[in-house]
Ligand binder design. Structure first.
Ligand SMILES: Nc1ncnc2c1ncn2[C@@H]1O[C@H](COP(=O)(O)OP(=O)(O)O)[C@@H](O)[C@H]1O
Ligand SMILES: [Mg+2]
Length: 247
């Protein structure tokens, strides 16, 4: 069957063959595949199913039909409040499925750790494009609920200098916190955790590039480290306004 190269990945060469996707084996493949197996056991539709490995030692996953929001310009539905609410609820679903399980180890839940529009599949439910699944679970690991929620806020609200003023994003942070059902303690730490992610992200890219990782070097060459620095500075400058509705 024909191999079709899928666009939108920054790290991995991903191809579609029929109803399947083939990706390089993740570093922590046994853990990541246990997570996907657990979702399948619960019939949770928000992730691809792990089907095994192929003759080239690639992982084989189910292909999820729909729109993956990987390009910078997206239809307005992707940024709509309805879609943001659904994203938050999807995250809550898989967090609740994993809470207290062996896979969460001694943490609250299993975190995805890279939730963003480019790792989200949207489908038209008749009212418009809405998120229904997350892909790219390579970074899944035990963690705090807050970690994924903060990453969602950064990525889905595009927090950074493209936002001219913080009032709109501040209201949407509250919408995400409410839709997820974030605790009072976690709300207080939300903006701080967004800053933590941004800091960790640019440092990780820089460290990877200096160790010779070509994918990380490509991100440096594409100006991503500067862009994340700018996003961090914007969130830090507007921290009080962003936190006001949350605390
Ligand atoms: N299970 C899947 N179903 C549909 N499309 C997928 C699936 N997995 C990956 N893709 C497509 O391949 C692209 C890259 O995949 P991804 O797993 O995000 O790789 P990367 O680790 O490089 O970011 C995505 O943008 C998406 O278009
Ligand atoms: Mg991806």
């Amino acid at each position: 069957m024909r191999e079709e190269l899928l666009a939108g990945g920054h790290i991995n060469e991903v191809v579609r063959i029929g109803d399947t996707v083939r990706r390089p084996m993740p570093d922590r493949a046994p853990y990541v595949h246990d997570v996907l197996r657990m979702f399948a056991q619960h019939k949770w539709p928000g992730a691809p199913k792990y089907l095994g490995s192929d003759e080239q030692e690639r992982e084989v996953l189910t292909y999820l039909e729909g729109h993956v929001a990987w390009e910078p310009a997206q239809p307005p539905d992707v940024w709509s409040e309805e879609s943001l609410v659904r994203v938050a609820k999807l995250v809550r679903q898989f967090h609740d499925l994993t809470a207290g399980t062996r896979l969460a180890e001694d943490e609250e839940v299993v975190c995805h750790n890279d939730l963003s529009p480019k790792n989200t599949v949207y489908r038209d439910d008749g009212m418009g494009l809405r998120p229904y699944a997350f892909i790219d679970w390579d970074g899944a690991a035990p963690g705090r609920r807050l970690h994924d929620v903060a990453h969602v806020c950064w990525q889905f609200l595009d927090l950074g200098p493209r936002r001219s003023n913080p009032a709109g994003p501040a209201r949407l942070l509250l919408l995400i916190a409410d839709s997820y059902g974030l605790t009072t303690r976690d709300r207080k730490e939300l903006v701080e955790t967004i800053l933590w992610w941004q800091d960790r992200c640019w440092r990780g890219i820089e460290a990877g590039a200096s160790e010779g990782d070509p994918a990380m070097q490509a991100l440096v060459d594409g100006g991503h480290v500067y862009a994340i620095h700018d996003a961090y500075a914007w969130v830090a400058d507007h921290r009080a306004a962003l936190e006001a509705p949350l605390v």
